[in-house]
Design a protein around this ligand. Structure first.
Ligand SMILES: NCCCNCCCCCS
Ligand SMILES: [Zn+2]
Length: 664
C-alpha cells in the first residue's frame, strides 16, 4: 500500500496584507518550497496524489462553535480595514479575503487523508497545508491557525470511521493548546506535545502547557506535555523523549490511528524554535510511529518557518512514510540536563496513569531541583549575554541522500522452503576465498557442505548489504549460534564495522569476540546472567520473551536507546525456538530495529522455525507490524531488573537516562 500526498496550490493564495512583525514569517513560500522539494526529489511522484476538498460546515462544527464559523464566513467580504479590525480580537494571527477558503481546504485535506488511510486506499500519508491548525480553538483563531485541522480530523475519524483511540503526536515546537482544549477530557484521544516553554516565558505563555497538565475528568492521563525550558534541543533530546515517554505510553494506549501535528519549526534554523535538531531526525520520529495502529499514520503540516530546513524535514518525513530506511542517526551524545528534567517531570506526572511509568522515579517532592535548574539557566542566560547567532544564520549539513537499495529483502533458505513473494532468493556462487576462510574458522563444519554453503551465502549477503545493493536479509539456518558467530566475525572483523547483535531466546552467544566495541550484544532471555561489560548486555525477563509487556518495555526503553547511541552499520537479529516471543512482538522488534544501520538488518532463524519466514519477511519488506494489543504492567521483578540495568549502564550509555543526574 502506498503513501498519500495531499496538496493544492490554492492554499498558497493568501498572505499578510499589512505590517505585523509577529506574523510575517507565515508566508506562502512555506508551501511552495516544500512541494517543490518533494517534486524535485522524485518523492511526490512516488506518492498517491489525493485531491483536497473543502471541509463542510458540519466538519468544522466538530470542533468550532457556530458563532466562530459564522464570523469567519464573513471575512471574504471584508475591506482591508475590517480584516485588520477583525484580526485584532485574536493573537498572533492574520486574516485575508481568501484565508477562509484556504482554511476549509486545509481542514478538508486532513479529512481526505484520514479517509484515504482508514479506507485502506493508502497505508499512510502527508497533507501539505496552510493555514496550520493546532493553535486554533473552539471560538478563536490563534498562532496563524483558523480551523484546527488535526482536531477536526480526530473527531471525524471517531465519528465517520468508528475509530476508538486516536494518538495525536505534536512535534511542532509550539504547544497546540487548541488540540489540548479539544480533547483534555476525552480518553479516546491521547494528545502528546513537546514545545518551547522556558518556564512559561515563551508564546503562548500558558500555565496549562506545563508538564503537570495531564488532562481532566475522564481524560486524566491522556494529555502529555513535555516543555522545553531551554532552546538548542538536539536529536538526542527528541529521541530520549520518544523512547522514554511517548512510545511506552503510545504502545500501552494502543491507538487505531496516529495523527501527527507535523510542525517543523522544531528543526534547526527555525526562528521560532531556535532548536538544533537536524532535519533527518524526522525520518526517525516518523519511523518510530509507523508500527503503531498497523501503520495508519497521517501527518498534517503545522509550523516550520525556515525555508531551508522546512523542505528538508518534509522530505525526510515523506521518504520514511514511503518505507525508505532512515539515514544513520549520527553522533547522538545524550540529552541535556534541562531535557532530562522535563522528561523526568513529565514521566512522574503521568506515573499514576500509565503502567509503563508506574516505576518512574518519584519527582523530588520539593521542587528544589527545578528551582536549582531554573537559577542555573537564568545565570547561564546572563553569562552568555552576547547575542546568540540568529537562528537564520545557523548552518547544518544537507541531509544524506537516501538511496533505496535495488533489492529490499534477500532470503537464504534451504531447499524446499518457498520464498515469499517480493523477496529475492539469495545464494552465493561458492566464492573459493570465502569458502577457504570458512574452512579455517569452522573446521568442524568443513565437512558439512550444506553448512558451508549457507555460511558462504551469509557472508556474501552481508557484503551486498555493506554495498547497499541489498537492504536487509533473512536466513533459515541449522545452527543460529554458529551462523551468528560467522556473520559477527566477518562483519565486525573483516568489515570493521559496528554490529548490533540482538539475541532473543537462548542463543549461545559468540563468547570469544573482542571487547573493543565493534559488537554490541543485547541478549533477551529468562536466564539471570551478570552483565559482562558495556558491550554485552543481558536483559533478563522472568517469563522470558513470552511476557509481551516486559519485552516491549525493554525494547522501547533499553534496546532502542542503546541501538541509537551505538549507531551500528549492521543489525544482526537472531532468535531461537525457545524464545516464546509472540509473532506480534517479534514483528514489532524487526520493524523498529530497521530505523538503525540504514535498514541493514539481517535476521537469523533456526531451521525449525520456517513458520516465521513469512511474518519476518513482511516486516523486512516494510509492512507495519501487527498491534500487540494493550501493553499491561510488566512484572515488578522485571521492572526492577531493567531499572537496575539502566542505572548501571546509563553512565556509559547516555540515551538510557530518564532523570537529570543528581548534582550538588
Ligand atoms: N516571533 C513571532 C511570534 C509568533 N507567535 C505565534 C507563533 C505561531 C506558530 C504556529 S506553528
Ligand atoms: Zn509551531
Amino acid at each position: 500500500m502506498g503513501t498519500a500526498l495531499i496538496y493544492d496550490e490554492e492554499m498558497t493564495k493568501y498572505k499578510l496584507l499589512w505590517v505585523d512583525p509577529a506574523c510575517k514569517i507565515e508566508v506562502p513560500e512555506r508551501l511552495t518550497v516544500s512541494y517543490e522539494a518533494l517534486k524535485n526529489s522524485g518523492l511526490a511522484d512516488r506518492c498517491v496524489s489525493v485531491p483536497v476538498r473543502e471541509a463542510t460546515d458540519e466538519d468544522i462544527l466538530l470542533v468550532h462553535s457556530e458563532e466562530y464559523l459564522e464570523a469567519v464566513k464573513k471575512t471574504p467580504y471584508m475591506t482591508l480595514e475590517d480584516l485588520k479590525e477583525f484580526t485584532l480580537q485574536y493573537g498572533d494571527v492574520y486574516f485575508h479575503p481568501n484565508i477562509y477558503h484556504c482554511a476549509k481546504l486545509a481542514a478538508g485535506a486532513s479529512l481526505q487523508l484520514v479517509d484515504s488511510v482508514m479506507t485502506g486506499k493508502v497505508r499512510n500519508g502527508m497533507a501539505l497545508v496552510r493555514p496550520p491548525g493546532h493553535h486554533s480553538m473552539r471560538s478563536a483563531a490563534s498562532g496563524f491557525c483558523v480551523f484546527n485541522n488535526v482536531a477536526i480530523a480526530a473527531q471525524y475519524a471517531k465519528l465517520k470511521h468508528g475509530v476508538k483511540r486516536v494518538l495525536i503526536v505534536d512535534w511542532d515546537v509550539h504547544h497546540g493548546q487548541g488540540v489540548q482544549y479539544s480533547f483534555e477530557d476525552d480518553p479516546g484521544v491521547l494528545y502528546f506535545s513537546w514545545h518551547r516553554y522556558e518556564h512559561q516565558k515563551f508564546w503562548p505563555q500558558l500555565r496549562e502547557s506545563d508538564y503537570d497538565n495531564v488532562g481532566k475528568e475522564k481524560g486524566e492521563g491522556f494529555n502529555i506535555n513535555v516543555p522545553w525550558n531551554k532552546v538548542g534541543m538536539k536529536n538526542s533530546d527528541y529521541l530520549s523523549v520518544f523512547c522514554h515517554m511517548l512510545l511506552p505510553v503510545a504502545y500501552e494506549f494502543n491507538p487505531d490511528l496516529v495523527l501527527v501535528c507535523a510542525g517543523f519549526d522544531s528543526a534547526i534554523g527555525d526562528p521560532e524554535g531556535e532548536m538544533c535538531a537536524s532535519p533527518d531526525i524526522f525520518a526517525h520520529l516518523t519511523h518510530l510511529l509507523m508500527n503503531l495502529a498497523g501503520g495508519k499514520v497521517c501527518a498534517v503540516l503545522e509550523g516550520g518557518y525556515n525555508l531551508t530546513s522546512l523542505p528538508q524535514s518534509v522530505c525526510q518525513t515523506v521518504h520514511t512514510l514511503l518505507g525508505d530506511p532512515a539515514p544513520r542517526p549520527a553522533n547522538l551524545d545524550g540529552p541535556c540536563e534541562s531535557a532530562l528534567e522535563s522528561l523526568h517531570c513529565s514521566r512522574s506526572a503521568h506515573r499514576k496513569y500509565w503502567s509503563c511509568l508506574k516505576h518512574a522515579a518519584e519527582h523530588p517532592s520539593s521542587d528544589v531541583s527545578t528551582k536549582r535548574l531554573k537559577l542555573a539557566e537564568e545565570e547561564e542566560k546572563v553569562e552568555n549575554g552576547e547575542e546568540k547567532e540568529k537562528a537564520e544564520e545557523e548552518v547544518w549539513p544537507e541531509p544524506p541522500k537516501r538511496v533505496t537499495a535495488p533489492v529490499r529483502t534477500a532470503l537464504v533458505l534451504p531447499d524446499g522452503v518457498s520464498c515469499p513473494d517480493r523477496c529475492k532468493l539469495f545464494s552465493s556462487s561458492k566464492d573459493p576465498v570465502i569458502v577457504n576462510k570458512l574452512r579455517e574458522n569452522f573446521p568442524r563444519d568443513a565437512a558439512d557442505s550444506d553448512a558451508l554453503t549457507t555460511l558462504s551465502s551469509l557472508v556474501a549477503l552481508v557484503e551486498k548489504m555493506e554495498k547497499n545493493e541489498i537492504c536487509n536479509g533473512l536466513a533459515l539456518v541449522q545452527d543460529v549460534s554458529m551462523a551468528m558467530t560467522c556473520v559477527v566475525q566477518h562483519a565486525a572483523i573483516a568489515l570493521s564495522n559496528r554490529v548490533l547483535v540482538v539475541c532473543v531466546g537462548d542463543v549461545l552467544v559468540p563468547a570469544h569476540y573482542k571487547e573493543d566495541g565493534t559488537i554490541l550484544l543485547v541478549h533477551f532471555s529468562n536466564k539471570e546472567e551478570e552483565q559482562k561489560s558495556k558491550y554485552h548486555i543481558p536483559v533478563c525477563l522472568k517469563k522470558g520473551c513470552s511476557d509481551v509487556s516486559g519485552f516491549m518495555q525493554a525494547v522501547l526503553g533499553l534496546l532502542l536507546p542503546l541501538g541509537y547511541e551505538y549507531d551500528p552499520s549492521l543489525v544482526l537479529l537472531a532468535r531461537t525456538p525457545d524464545s516464546g516471543l509472540c509473532d506480534g512482538a517479534w514483528q514489532q522488534l524487526t520493524g523498529l530495529l530497521q530505523g538503525l544501520a540504514q535498514g541493514h538488518t539481517l535476521v537469523l532463524l533456526q531451521e525449525g522455525e520456517r513458520a516465521y519466514v513469512g511474518p519476518t519477511a513482511s516486516s523486512l519488506l516494510g509492512e507495519a507490524a501487527p498491534s500487540v494489543g494493550k501493553i499491561k504492567a510488566p512484572l515488578l521483578e522485571d521492572v526492577e531488573s531493567m531499572e537496575g540495568l539502566r542505572t548501571r549502564l546509563q553512565v556509559d550509555w547516555k540515551l538510557l537516562q530518564t532523570t537529570a543526574p543528581e548534582t550538588g
